[in-house]
Design a protein. Structure first.
Ligand SMILES: [Zn+2]
Length: 199
């Protein structure tokens, strides 16, 4: 398999189209199984739910590269549920494709307080502005980190230096590289993803 980056390909603008109707599923959970999405160049670019992947295949936007062995039985149609799909046309992926959200910051920081290193449940973590908002700190990828409540209290309205606290690592935007790392973690449960993720 080659994983070439054909960035020279024409970029097609995506026009929203009506979604084809799916057969009523006999197994709802099969529709939520994660599916790895590859660019036309075989570069992994995303993870989506099986339902979305099937819609993309039915619309002729993508093709199934791997199947997960499950079937979706409808009234008139039986579909194989994909495990990996590939877009038929190359899509240019901007460097920062992820939305800045609490969920994505916690995902980036792997639910770990970025000051004391404690891994915690989402409800036990808060978002800390590294440079506090009261001091002009903005809500950006580079200035928001996952933080436990006790570190958050300790830091208060101070910068990490003033509070004598250190960040585990420099907060960065959630890039394709980060996403790929997450995909690898997710992909451990699906052997069919491996050959696309480890190259
Ligand atoms: Zn902490």
């Amino acid at each position: 398999m080659t994983a070439k980056h054909n960035s020279g390909h024409a970029v097609r603008r995506t026009v929203p189209e009506p979604e084809p109707e799916l057969p009523p599923p006999s197994n709802q959970s099969a529709l939520h199984a994660p599916v790895l999405v590859l660019n036309a160049s075989y570069e992994p670019i995303n993870v989506c739910a099986a339902r979305r992947a099937i819609v993309l295949v039915l619309k002729g936007v993508a093709m199934a590269e791997e199947e997960n062995g499950h079937y979706l039985h409808g009234a008139r149609l039986t579909l194989r549920v994909p495990s990996v799909i590939r877009l038929l046309e190359y899509r240019r992926i901007p460097h920062q494709t992820r939305a800045l959200s609490r969920k994505n910051i916690l995902l980036r920081d792997r639910n770990t307080c970025q000051y004391c290193g404690m891994p915690l449940g989402s409800s036990e973590l808060t978002l800390d502005h590294v440079i506090p908002r009261s001091r002009g700190g903005v809500s950006t990828w580079e200035n928001l980190v996952a933080c436990c409540h006790s570190c958050n209290r300790r830091k208060g309205n101070q910068s990490p230096v003033e509070a004598g606290m250190r960040l585990l690592r420099e907060p960065r935007a959630f890039t394709l590289h980060t996403s790929r790392h997450i995909m690898r973690l997710l992909g451990h449960s699906d052997n069919k993803w491996r050959k696309y993720l480890f190259y």
